[in-house]
Design a protein around this ligand. Structure first.
Ligand code: ADP
Ligand code: MG
Length: 353
């Protein structure tokens, strides 16, 4: 592995890390002002920083084996460096002077698999800058700045969940987050349980258009019900006047928010798993964001001994599944689920543990 020393011919001054995340409950609720329950995964992104010897920022990614150099006054780049330059720019917008830097990034968070390597990168960079420049930034502020960087400079209209999870959660805790008020709580993982994440190997080709369509449907449903967002509806009788598919979309959001609030009370691994299974059924039948391969993988996981519950995670239409399993059995459960999943003709891979 190429080191900071080898790239920049000097030692870094600070290093900082931040984890990827997986959402356990509360899917497609964030843009409805609702509740989410992500946790950090063990894989982290690490950033090493030092002062640049010249007037340019020099940015290197170990995973991409790519380096770019630019003046602090240059236009923000469009590739991976946009996330990093974005973090610098949002700090500058709030009045922080950032000197030209050597920046080295390395990560164990898989990129583009829905485990939020982008937020891990932003939070790690901002933590590094906080430490190098002795900035007065708390973890919530870091999450907000990371989200701002991604929205303004990487062009991704993301919610706040990913950055909050990366900044505030750890692999032993769930982050309950009210995405409207940012009220939050760190909760222990259900006792005797650990997490498995598997990639279905199905490309998320329809994810963008499907996501936008669901967002629009939720906005329309909220408007017809006369509320600011679907989060404001808790009574299922209230959605009876809605035509399909708006009614079933709203039903998913309402029941999903209910599941997060139930889990927040502190439930057994068994009960938590049942909530995850119900979440998958709701995403499949009411929200219609699952696909055959995801259903097959979830079915295999749910039928495996030692699994409390499983569901698709992320926007759907492909991507990853998450399962809650007996502590200590994740490796074996994931391995045998992958074997069976591959017999259905899909590829797939294990992302966690
Ligand atoms: P996800 O956040 O689900 O992994 P995104 O598409 O939101 O997927 O973010 C992935 C992008 O973030 C990558 O294409 C790359 O531009 C950037 N990125 C994340 N981690 C790294 C890294 N270690 N090195 C370079 N770029 C990274
Ligand atoms: Mg991302």
């Amino acid at each position: 592995m190429t080191t900071f020393q080898q790239i920049f011919n000097t030692e870094p001054q600070v290093q900082a890390s931040a984890p990827g995340r997986v959402n356990l409950l509360g899917e497609h609720t964030d843009y409805n002002d609702g509740f989410v329950l992500p946790t950090a995964i063990p894989q982290q992104t690490t950033v090493y920083l030092g002062l640049s010897p010249d007037e340019q920022h020099h940015i290197y990614s170990q995973e991409l084996d790519k380096q770019i150099s630019l003046l602090p006054t240059d236009d923000a780049p469009e590739d991976f460096a946009s996330y990093i330059v974005g973090c610098i720019r949002v700090l500058e917008q709030q009045g922080t002077a950032v000197p030209p830097l050597n920046i080295y990034v390395t990560s164990a968070v898989p990129m583009g698999s829905g485990l939020s390597s982008s937020a891990a990168l932003e939070v790690a960079v901002l933590r590094g800058l906080r430490s190098l420049l002795s900035l007065d930034l708390d973890d919530v502020r870091i999450a907000q700045l990371g989200q701002q960087a991604e929205r303004q400079y990487a062009g991704v209209q993301c919610g706040i969940m990913d950055q909050m999870a990366s900044s505030l959660a750890d692999a032993e805790h769930l982050l309950f987050l009210d995405t409207r008020t940012l009220e939050r709580a760190l909760l222990p993982l259900p006792e005797g349980a650990e997490i498995v994440v598997m990639d279905s190997g199905i490309p998320r080709t329809l994810a963008g258009s499907g996501y936008n369509q669901r967002r629009a449907e939720c906005e329309e449903a909220a408007q017809e019900l006369g509320v600011k967002a679907l989060r404001d509806v808790t009574d299922l009788d209230a959605i009876a006047p809605l035509a399909e598919p708006l009614q079933q979309r709203a039903r998913h959001v309402i029941t999903e928010n209910g599941r997060v609030l139930q889990a927040k009370q502190g439930v057994s691994a068994q009960k938590f798993g049942e909530l995850m299974n119900a979440s998958h059924a709701s995403l499949r039948d009411d929200y219609e964001v699952s696909v055959e391969g995801l259903d097959q993988l979830v079915d295999i996981l749910q039928a495996s001994p030692g699994v409390f519950g499983a569901r698709l995670t992320g926007a759907g239409f492909g991507g990853a599944c998450v399962a809650l399993v007996k502590a200590g059995e994740g490796v074996a459960i994931a391995k045998s689920a992958l074997e069976r999943y591959r017999q259905t003709g899909h590829q797939g891979s294990v992302l966690v543990p």
